[in-house]
Design a protein around this ligand. Sequence first.
Ligand code: SF4
Ligand code: SF4
Length: 256
Amino acid sequence: MSREPSNCPSRRRFLLQALGAGGAVAGMTIAPGVVLISTAAETNEPTAKPGAGADAAKRWGLLIDTRRCAEDCSACISACRQENGWEEPRDPDKDPQWIRKMKLTDQREEPISLPLMCQHCKHPPCASVCPTQATFKRADGIVLVDKHRCIGCRYCMIACPFQARFMPQRPLGTASPNHPRAKGAAEGCTLCVQRIDRGEQPACVERCAEQGNKALLFGDLNDPQSSISQALRQSGGSTIRAELRLEPAVHYQGIV
Ligand code: SF4
Ligand code: SF4
């Protein structure tokens, strides 16, 4: 069921080209003070208006302790499907899986159970290559797709080194009011932005805790006093494909 993130040299070349020599792309401002994309040069402009949901002072992220993630548990995946209205994939190589479990082996030959979803990169190549700016980064770091702007070109799918973007290829039987979905429009983990804007945790985090595993920790990476920042300071953590310098907002513990 799982797929390894591609390490293909041609794909990496494409990625580097997409980022450009300095990795810089222009920011996109949709209204005074409302900045959707800021990659190489982060902005100090004010955030969205009150009630708009995104706060530039925050950077939402996850800390996933793979040592607490039970190999046979898929509670986070079920919670994500229910919250966001995607179906059990009939073809795992093609159908959307906003979150999936990777079964890996570390350098000590120990098995690792690793939940993988959009890493909400600080410098998201999926946004850099999108010709219509359908893919954008909110001021608080959450990377989203505007389905109305997506033309289905799949550039973002090619650019994402984590294979975290999907495109429904069949008419959809389910949809959640949280996330209108359409055949031919790119999609991926939204970090449950609708829940975050209500002051709640992402559905996967909540369900994992209910199961008693508590492998997922959500919080503000910009706040040194947040639980996630303290856990990272005390116990460390790493990101996947760190050499790409995309600065994911998803950190992992227990991977060697
Ligand atoms: S993980 Fe992939 S889809 Fe998500 S922000 Fe990074 S490049 Fe974009
Ligand atoms: S598939 Fe949609 S979101 Fe992805 S790059 Fe093309 S237009 Fe942008």
